[in-house]
Design a protein around this ligand. Structure first.
Ligand SMILES: [Zn+2]
Length: 354
């Protein structure tokens, strides 16, 4: 069944966008489309700065379909070019008849150019644009391939540097589909920032993740083998707990395989990213009497935040590299800070009492 993919920007708290804009950097984009993805040729491949990768639809598009790039805020666009059809001499999947449309508010669209030989391009004289979309003007007799959007604008729109698609499976809980779609889009939106925090040389993160919400699963949420599993019961009762899915997305990015990595630290890093990058200020109080550095989850996250602030701003990044490469050892804390983990623990617990 084909269902429209509705992305509610209202769902994404504005504050989550603010840091990037405040720094005067590029603007983020999301893809909205009615088209399902075919053969893992994910949506974000259409705007990843690489014309060799492409989005492919599963079905043949019709006039009610669209493929839209929405920006987090309007940008002053100078030119747009869109190329459809797969790379290679046959260039399968070209848009035969269709238009390129733009919108200043993300809702009302006007035609900008017609596609000819699968391509459309136009100059815009610095018009403020919030969204750009491809629309077929007749039923196509084959699936659509979108190779690349190229946009010149001020500020620039960031291409998907870590292209990803989180495919939602709610087959046993269809009532969770809308929630899961929104959470999947949110995790996709955060994927670049999570990856920046946990990058390492030669590491390429997954670009296709399955997120299944299941009524027969009795835990809260878990990640493994490139998949995320969440509980229908839990998320029905706690729809605001999207941070739990950010935590699982971090596990996918960590992709640690070494048995030398202590579980408390793996969970602590995931919760550090959640509580100090994604939702700062939400960690809640840490009990000074019972806290221990290896208390896992948010307790370890708070410990890591203390050591990061006081000793090494790139602590998480360094721990991540060692855990990913299988070279983690407890002495690392001493090497990085000059103090053993036990000494740091005592210092941190003392600071909690103040
Ligand atoms: Zn976890």
């Amino acid at each position: 069944m084909r269902r429209p993919l509705r992305l509610a920007f209202a769902f994404v708290p504005t504050v989550l966008f603010l840091p990037a804009i405040a720094r005067g950097e590029s603007v983020a984009a999301v893809v909205e489309t009615t088209l399902e993805t075919g053969s893992k040729q994910i949506r974000q491949f259409a705007f990843d700065g690489d014309a060799e990768t492409f989005f492919a639809s599963k079905e043949n598009p019709s006039v009610s379909d669209h493929f839209t790039l929405v920006f987090e805020q309007p940008v002053s666009v100078k030119s747009i070019a869109v190329i459809t059809g797969q790379p290679g001499p046959e260039s399968a999947g070209k848009l035969e008849t269709g238009v390129l449309e733009v919108s200043t508010d993300g809702e009302t669209f006007t035609e900008l150019a017609k596609f000819a030989n699968g391509e459309a391009r136009e100059e815009l004289h610095a018009k403020p644009i919030r969204a750009i979309r491809i629309k077929p003007t007749s039923v196509q007799d084959h699936p659509l391939a979108v190779r690349e959007f190229t946009i010149a604008s001020d500020p620039p729109v960031a291409v998907f540097e870590y292209p990803v698609e989180i495919a939602v499976d709610c087959s046993d809980s269809p009532e969770m589909k809308e929630w899961a779609d929104k959470v999947a889009r949110l995790c996709e939106l955060w994927y670049p920032r999570l990856n920046e925090a946990l990058k390492s040389d030669g590491y390429k993160p997954a670009n296709y993740i399955k997120m299944r919400i299941s009524s027969s699963y009795n835990g809260v949420a878990e990640a493994g083998g490139g998949n995320i599993l969440g509980s229908t019961k839990f998320f029905k009762a706690h729809p605001d707990d999207v941070g739990a899915m950010i935590h699982e997305t971090v596990h996918i990015i960590q992709r640690y395989r070494s048995r030398k990595n202590p579980g408390w630290l793996v969970e602590g890093v995931a919760d550090y990213i959640r509580f100090f990058l994604f939702e700062p200020g939400k960690i809640g109080p840490i009990n000074a009497k019972r806290a221990r550095y290896d208390g896992s989850y948010r307790t370890t996250a708070a410990f890591l935040a203390y050591v990061t602030d006081k000793y090494d701003k790139s602590l998480i990044s360094k721990l991540n590299v060692h855990m990913r490469e299988g070279t983690y050892k407890e002495d690392l804390f001493k090497e990085l800070t000059g103090k053993t983990v036990q000494e740091l623990d005592e210092e941190w617990r003392e600071s909690l009492k103040r």
